[in-house]
Design a protein around this ligand. Structure first.
Ligand code: GLU
Length: 428
């Protein structure tokens, strides 16, 4: 991660404190919302393929469930820490509230690098994670989902383990399941598409036409790939994407000034979104240093990798041409960088609004699972567009009315909804 001393939980708390002041929240409500309700830390012992044993560290943090069962993904990441999971759980609370779905905020993680694990070892980690936590999660308590380096297959192994433990079929235990196994059509596309639904609305409000714009993306995982697909469909041109290179243990940016070709890059990328650079070079891409994505003369920047990527050090490299930053990742911008972006008047679509499409579609998956009746893809994506657009318009209207930065406006909406739910329940 870019800055070793950076603590995402401290950042999430600082963002909350600022909004608590704007909303004039009482002390008990602040104390309740500044910290998670519950958190679980556990060991996951695994027998590796070579016969040796290895113990992985797992977490689940339940930040707040006043508006409904906890909801949030599970990340597999070598640098996962309890503080990243705490921050991400808190952001999930605000994310579900900003799109007004009846769910709370949770997050999980395992300290591991799936690049270096066989499928069998990954399956054991998934099953081990569920075994450690299965009494404290479930359809009416806390519902996991995919996130960084986890996918539909991981979710199905977790579901299978949960169902074995609880002796029944509980499709509502987890979302992001494979289509045909309780998953929703459109779930894979949902986060990336959701980012572009908000970008489309922002462009409309700024009087810009998508087909006259360019963008640069950080990350080439699930979020970026589908965001690029929809942005291209709207007529936009992506000129640069950056991604992690497993072989060199570093990131590169790949640039084609007349526009990157999504399908071409997908053909030469691995399932974690790493692009093979020699093949990219043969296809005419310029191979640039990791941070080149942020320096491009484009209209839109979309950081869609992990937290702590736009920092006080690199924020000054953002081109004067940039009008919009849409945060596909959770927590990509540090508070110092955010302040500078605000001062420069770049239009910010904050993470828990921009990337809320994933959890919104997870909610649709729960609804479909409960009815045991599954919608067509167009219906799912149409409903997603309606929800994301409504959430975006509510935030931008409040930002204009109260002259707030978009991040603060989104926070005001979310935190007041959650604080109200806690009050109504008689918690504070
Ligand atoms: N992991 C995604 C997120 O950060 C989706 C969570 C979910 O579907 O529960 O929003």
């Amino acid at each position: 991660m870019a800055d070793k001393s950076f603590n995402p939980f401290a950042m999430a708390q600082a963002q909350f404190d600022k909004v608590a002041d704007i909303l004039n929240l009482d002390t008990a409500t602040r104390d309740l919302l500044r910290y998670p309700m519950r958190e679980y830390h556990f060991n996951i012992p695994i027998r590796m393929d070579d016969g040796s044993f290895k113990v992985f560290r797992g977490f689940r943090v339940q930040h707040n469930d006043s508006r409904g069962p906890g909801k949030g993904g599970i990340r597999f990441h070598p640098q996962e820490t309890i503080d990243t999971v705490r921050a991400l759980a808190m952001w999930m609370t605000w994310k579900c509230a900003v799109v007004d779905i009846p769910l709370g905020g949770s997050k999980g993680g395992v300290v591991c690098d799936p690049h270096n694990l066989s499928m069998r070892e990954q399956e054991q980690i998934c099953r081990g994670w569920v075994r450690q936590i299965s009494r404290d999660v479930g359809p009416v308590k806390d519902v996991p989902a995919p996130d960084v380096m986890t996918n539909a297959q991981h979710m199905l192994w977790m579901l299978d383990e949960f169902e074995a433990q609880h002796n029944g079929k509980f499709p509502g235990f987890i979302t992001g399941k494979p289509v045909g196994m309780g998953g929703s059509l459109g779930r894979t596309e949902a986060t990336g598409y959701g980012v572009i639904f908000t970008v489309r609305e922002a462009l409309r409000e700024l009087g810009m036409h998508p087909e006259e714009t360019t963008a640069s993306f950080q990350g080439f995982g699930n979020v970026s790939q589908y965001a690029i697909q929809l942005y291209n469909q709207l007529g936009g041109t992506v000129i640069c994407v950056s991604c992690w290179d497993q072989e060199d243990q570093t990131s590169y940016s790949f640039r084609k000034k007349d526009g990157v070709n999504l399908e071409e890059l997908q053909k030469i990328s691995d399932k974690f979104g790493g692009i093979q650079k020699n093949k990219a070079r043969d296809l005419g891409y310029e191979i640039l240093p990791a941070e080149a994505w942020i320096e491009q003369d484009v209209d839109i920047l979309v950081p869609s990798a992990i937290e702590n990527q736009v920092t006080a050090e690199n924020v000054t490299k953002i081109s004067k041409q940039v009008k919009i930053i849409a945060e596909g990742a959770n927590g990509p911008t540090t508070p110092e960088a955010d302040k500078i972006i605000h001062e420069r008047g770049i239009f910010m679509i904050p993470d828990f609004l921009a990337n809320a499409g994933g959890v919104t579609c997870s909610y649709f998956e729960q609804v479909q699972s409960n009815m045991n009746y599954f919608w067509e893809k167009d219906e799912v994506l149409g409903k997603l567009d309606v929800k994301m657009t409504a959430a975006y318009l509510a935030v931008s209207a409040l930002a204009r009315k109260r002259e707030l930065y978009m991040r603060d406006a989104a926070y005001v909406i979310s935190v007041s909804r959650v604080a109200q739910a806690c009050k109504d329940r008689g918690w504070v």
